[in-house]
Every structure is written in structure tokens, then in C-alpha cells.
Design a protein around this ligand. Sequence first.
Ligand code: SAH
Ligand code: SF4
Length: 409
Amino acid sequence: MTDILSLDRPARPAARPVALSEMPTLIGLTREEMGKALAEVGVAERQVKMRVSQLWHWLYVRGVSDFDHMTNVSKDMREMLKRHFTIARPEIVDEQISTDGTRKWLLRFPARGAGRPVEIETVYIPEEGRGTLCISSQVGCTLTCSFCHTGTQKLVRNLTAEEILSQLLLARDRLGDFPDRDTPPGTIAPAEGRKVSNVVMMGMGEPLYNFESVKTALLIATDGDGLSLSKRRVTLSTSGIVPEIYRTGAEIGVMLAISLHAVRDDLRDMLVPINKKYPLKDLMDACRAYPGLSNARRITFEYVMLEGVNDSLEDAKELVKLLKGVPAKINLIPFNPWPGTNYQCSQWEQIEKFADFINAAGYASPIRTPRGRDILAACGQLKSESERMRKVDRMAFEAMMIANHGADD
Ligand code: SAH
Ligand code: SF4
């Protein structure tokens, strides 16, 4: 059939300008991915490697979030980059500072090809001589730990590597951890005196169910030519996804925290149901095999104190037995109640007795104390786009993050 050109046919609509928030990001890409992205938009093959190093320095040593601040990159190149990519930070919807110095940011991430936009909270907890940033890996969780409010909420979505890493970039912006813009190119931010000295993957979600993005983000955060966080100061907390614990040891190499909470399979099956799939024996085998363990590099075992459930001295005794041979420290977390839960926090004297028993057996067993209560995040409460989400997430996130400050050196 002959196609007859009709002059009445409306002209093809002009391409819609792409909103900044929908542009592909350069944040959270591995060096290889960044090289590929640059080559795809026309950066000459022979220049790619040099451009990647240049950009890496600007993004992760200098912390710029605007191509125009990359002063040793030619104007033409900057314009080209701007046409194709964004390096913008997420929007800060809210920032609160507690009387004890804890800070909480409510961040909004645009959709950027990863499904719906999401809002998450990131919490910074300053302590004597260090500061810990508590980062989320998912919005919601697919697991259903019975004492955790997040367990009552469906997974909304995994965060991307950009979204995980941006929580750190944004905190460093706000806390003044990047060098001043006027310092000459090549400047390295000293590791000493940084406000964010430690990172814990202990916000919302199960990081090992979002393995690839968490891995990419943490490898960038610990890259010596960039953000340069020491792997010993990054702790990933998991409910016990055994195969990915092995992968974490082999492929990421950060410190490990295990949400243990029970020392017998029958009880752990109830509290942390993933235990049915990966029972204590398998979990402890994975812990024993974790590379690089020593007295200076121990696994943290998190143990929520639930009255009459897991807080007897018999449990403490079993715990010591279970951990035999594993360089370990135990974080006792007073349970944070939420509406509808049947659990109660153990009595303070019981928590102390439990801690004393473990201490006497030679394990450090600090009891975590909530921070930032006056800003209702005593470490963090997720606020989402809908009112329903807002209420549910808030409680869950608050409960979790109250429990979770205090990474280990
Ligand atoms: N999903 C991962 C990372 C979240 S860290 C994990 O489970 O390890 C959150 C920590 O807070 C976990 O140890 C979790 O078990 C604990 N937690 C969850 N709800 C809690 C609550 N209501 N009170 C005290 N600790 C809680
Ligand atoms: Fe998910 Fe961790 Fe809560 Fe369990 S404790 S439901 S794994 S966030």
C-alpha cells in the first residue's frame, strides 16, 4: 500500500524535555557502569577511563552535586554531561535536630526508573568521638519478624544503589564532611574528624534481600579513592539470610551484625521466621566462616529483650554456649513496643542481670539506649507519601531505629 503524505497530518510533537528527576544518575554506578554510561553518550573510548577517575573524585571526594562545580572539566564536557545525567541529591522534605544532637532527615527520591517515588528517613547519631549514620536498604520488608512493626508492612520496593549511597552523601553535605568548594582539585578530605565516622545498614529493610544494590553502594562508600570509609566502620545487619552472609564476606567485607533474638530454633522460628529456612546451626556455621574475624573484628549479635519470652538466665546461658568460638559482642536491645503488639519490654533489672551474666562469660554486651526521642525518631520514623503508610511506617521505623544506633568501631 502506498503511503500518501498528508499535509494535514499534525507535526510530530517535539520531544518532551526530560525532567531532571527522571534523568539517569551517575551516583551509585560502579566504575565500569559509569564508563559504559559515558561511552554511550559519546565520550571517546580513549577518554573514558580518565573521565571516570575525574568524575569519581568530584562526586565522592569533593562531594559535588552540580556539574558546574567540576572546575577542571571543560565547559563543553560539563554541558554534555548535564544534557544526559543528573548528580542531584534527593529532596530534603524535613530535617529535625534533637536536643541530644541526633538528626533525622526525611528524604524524597524520585521514581528514576525504579518504580514509584519513595520517602525514607536517615538518622545520624553523634557520640563521643564518632558519629553513626543509620541507612535503609528497602522501604518495608518481605520478612515477618513478630516483634518488628516493619514485619507487618509489605515491601514497597528495594532502594537502588543510588538511593542507598545518597543517604550518606546527603548526610556528609549537611554535616560539612566534604571539603569546601574553593579548595583546589585533588584535595582529599581527611578521615580524622569526620562527622560520619561509622555507617550501619540497620534502617528499614533486609539488606541481604537487596544484595546487589547494597553491595554496589557499600563498595563505593568504602572505595579508597572516594568516600573512603573503613570497612571496619561499616556494619550490615541481617536477620540471617545464610547464602548472602557468605557472599557478604566474600564480596563486600564489611562488619556483620546478626539479628539473633533467640537461642533455640523453636523460639527463633516464631520471632524471626526466616529461621525456618536458615536454622541456627546453618546461621552459626555462616558466622564462623565469616572472613577476617578476630578479637578486634567481631560479629555483633543483636538480641531484643522481650519479657518472659527470651530474657531468662537460661537463655543467657544458652546464648553463651551458642556463641562459643565466635568472636562476638552482644547488643541487648530493649524492645520498643508498638500498637497491637503482644510483646513487652523486659524489666530493666532483668536486662541488667542478663547483661551481667554474658559479661561474666567474657562477652561485651552493651544495652542500647534510645536517642533523639524528642524528634520522634528517637532515631527515625519513616514518613511515606500516603497517610496510611505514614502511620504504619512511622511506628515501625521509629521502633527499629531507636534500637539501632551505636555501630561498633
Ligand atoms: N532487617 C535487618 C536490618 C534491620 S536492623 C535485620 O533484621 O537485621 C533492625 C534491628 O532492630 C534488628 O535487629 C531488628 O530485629 C531490631 N528490631 C526490630 N523491631 C524492633 C523493636 N520493636 N524493638 C527493638 N528492636 C527491634
Ligand atoms: Fe524485616 Fe529486620 Fe524487621 Fe525482620 S527485623 S521484619 S528482617 S526489618
